[in-house]
Design a protein around this ligand. Structure first.
Ligand code: BES
Ligand code: ZN
Length: 624
């Protein structure tokens, strides 16, 4: 880890508010002009108009009430406004705004009509001289970002990406707008508050916590969690937070975090966020992980007991560069966040665990990608372009294997075309040059043409148009190969033609990727006897690896293997990770077991996050 702390040039140049006290050659008015005029792509998922007036710093004071499920807060923003500015616009969803002041004086504000997905614009009158706006408000008990877990161990967490930050803080909710923040938060005694900022390592006696985030971030990286958790250091700049029952297991599972961080820095430059900690959330968390700066939020379902699922940590860590430093300008450019991150994740995995492991992971992604491309091509071929078209749609629709894995294979193609050394130099400079700023697809293409693909031959070899603006998987998609995965496929074939699990299956020697490959490729017509044979010999339904268990449960549904159903039900009631829920409920629907799907969903739904119920309600036509 390089010392002293790395402060990127882009940050110093662009963000005046955070550095008002600093000596600088640029005058404050020149700098504020720079912020206003910063090149931003038009983001149709936000009502804000940053060219009129834009936020630079947030001071958030909040009190969290678990009984009413309401956050009562004041969001005070420092702003930069154009000389002729008359208003500043914020995004809100279901916020009860009670007072607004500009530079300390109350003003009349206006909330515009609510639109589906977008919410409402909050318009506040200002002038070119206005410096600060203060919004006092309450969130709704149904705020889409929030999940309140009740019971003996109350827990609250937020999920702001893509456009849910506006359900708990009025904000200019566009990834191209960055601001620093501080927060002052009151929570019930016996719980710790954590944010995407400097974090406590001990619970406070009075439930009061103060936070600062000195590096500017976009609103989708605003995050808060509250619960009875403990902190455990696992390295000089790394640590884990988890509830007392999980803290030992978490410290073991994520003991290699510092090593991942060092590997990442060796690849693409110094880590810009000082610390990298991970918070283990309740199982209702709808994602595997979320790259909240300084504090990744993670599902407990990656605690397998054998560190076999840490690639997810490599992924969220990689976002500290791709996404959090260089941010997609709009949700149409989502592949610039996720495709780069999957590529970077793979490189970290290769550096720490070797090419054999990373190639097995790539082989699994390839299979997932091909399946998903087929599926999307049937319904909405345009959604297989890297550059998306999400206007008037929920940006959540863009969260498919396209941004992730088609994006990954595109970067891998670039690597294979120019050679690794050159590509690594290109990526490192790309992150340095654009740190703390935004990138859109067209500007990336220009940058790529000037700095990497600088000959007609190279451009022809890659075919940018086919990859970025075209459907499906282009013919020059790199091929992946894993001898170990090939052996699994051969074993599966042998088993399906009658070999016995007991004697002919090297299950015990297999790592998770091999087991997953075997189970997810079982024939849907496998008989109950044959599935019973597998479970009897290898106790699959008792595995601690939730990816393996998930693959087993999906096959059980497809083969209508009843003995797995009690485990299926408890899995779906306990776990709210959408990546598992969607295929399991879909498998029940596709095999005519809709009644079971509805019965389980009825039990499980109250525990799910809005992101998961949004998808499942649609899938199951809920309410029925
Ligand atoms: N940033 C994403 C999660 C996300 C994307 C939330 C879009 C909301 C909208 C995160 O980094 C992610 O990609 N998580 C993956 C894990 C990963 C290993 C592919 C997940 O949760 O499945
Ligand atoms: Zn990601």
């Amino acid at each position: 880890m390089r010392k002293p702390l790395y402060i990127p040039l882009g940050l110093l140049a662009l963000v005046s508010a955070a550095f008002v006290g600093c000596e600088s050659e640029t005058s404050p008015s020149v700098k504020s002009q720079a912020i206003l005029e910063m090149k931003r792509a038009n983001d149709f998922h936000s009502f804000s108009r940053p060219e009129e007036a834009v936020v630079t710093h947030l001071n958030w004071t909040a009190s969290i009430d678990f009984t009413t499920r309401i956050i009562t807060a004041t969001a005070a923003y420092d702003i930069q406004s154009a000389a002729d500015a008359q208003r500043i616009l914020f995004d809100c969803v279901d916020l009860n705004v009670t007072a607004v002041a500009v530079d300390g004086a109350p003003v009349d504000w206006q909330l515009g009509p609510a639109q589906p997905i977008m919410g409402q614009p909050l318009s506040i009158p200002i002038t070119g001289d206005s410096k600060n706006v203060q919004i006092t408000y309450q969130s709704s008990p149904d705020a889409g970002a929030l999940l309140w877990v009740e019971g003996e161990q109350p827990f609250l967490f937020t999920q702001s990406q893509a456009i849910l930050a506006r359900t708990w803080i009025p904000c200019q909710d566009s990834p191209g707008i960055r601001f620093t923040y501080e927060a002052h938060v009151d929570v019930p005694a016996g719980t710790m508050a954590m944010m995407s900022a400097t974090n406590p390592t001990e619970q406070s006696a009075d439930g009061h916590y103060d936070f600062t985030m000195d590096q500017p971030i976009p609103s989708y990286l605003l995050a808060l969690a509250v619960g009875n958790v403990e902190f455990r250091s696992v390295g000089a700049h790394t640590g884990v937070y988890a509830v007392p029952e999980l803290i030992d297991a978490a410290a073991y599972e994520f003991a290699e975090m510092e090593e991942l961080l060092v590997a990442a820095e060796n690849l693409y430059g110094a880590y810009a966020w000082e610390r990298y900690d991970l918070l283990v959330l309740p199982a209702a968390f709808p994602f595997g992980g979320m790259e909240n700066p300084r504090l990744t939020f993670a599902t407990p379902t990656i605690i397998a007991g054998d560190r076999s699922l840490v690639s997810l940590v490599a992924h969220e860590l990689a976002h500290s560069w791709s996404g959090n430093l260089v941010t997609n300008a709009t949700w149409d450019d989502f592949w610039l966040n996720e495709g780069f991150t999957v590529y970077f994740e793979q490189r970290i995995m290769e550096a720490v665990y070797g090419r054999e492991i990373s190639e097995m992971l790539a082989t699994l992604s390839y299979q997932g990608l091909v399946d998903e491309v087929d599926q999307i091509m049937d319904t909405n071929p345009d959604d297989t372009h890297l550059k998306l078209h999400l206007q008037d749609r929920d940006p959540d629709d863009g969260m498919t294997a396209i941004a992730y894995d088609k994006g990954y294979f595109f970067l891998r193609l670039l690597e294979e075309t120019v050679g690794r050394e050159e590509f690594d130099g290109f990526l490192k400079t790309y992150f340095e040059t654009h740190s703390f700023s935004v990138m859109d697809t067209d500007r990336f293409i220009e940058y790529l043409k000037s700095n990497l693909l600088n000959s007609p031959e190279l451009l022809a070899e890659v075919n940018l148009d086919a990859w970025i603006f075209g459907p499906g998987l282009p013919v020059n998609c790199p091929s992946v190969g894993s001898a170990r995965i090939e052996r699994v496929d051969a074993t599966l074939e042998a088993w399906e033609s009658g070999a016995k699990a007991t004697t002919d299956l090297p299950w015990n020697d297999w790592v998770y990727q091999e087991r997953y490959r075997f189970l997810s490729n079982l024939d849907d017509n496998s008989s109950a006897d044959r599935l019973a044979e597998l479970d009897e010999v290898w106790s699959i339904s008792e595995t601690g690896n939730n990816e393996v268990l998930f693959a087993w449960l999906e096959q059980s549904i497809r083969s209508q293997y009843g003995p797995s159903y009690p485990r299926l039900e408890s899995f779906l009631v306990q776990i709210g990770r959408r990546k598992f829920l969607t295929p399991l409920y879909r498998a029940m629907i596709e095999t005519g077991q809709v009644e079971m799907a509805n019965r389980i969903y009825h039990l499980a739904r109250p525990g799910y996050h809005s992101v998961a119920t949004g998808t499942m309600d649609e899938l199951l036509n809920w309410p029925i």
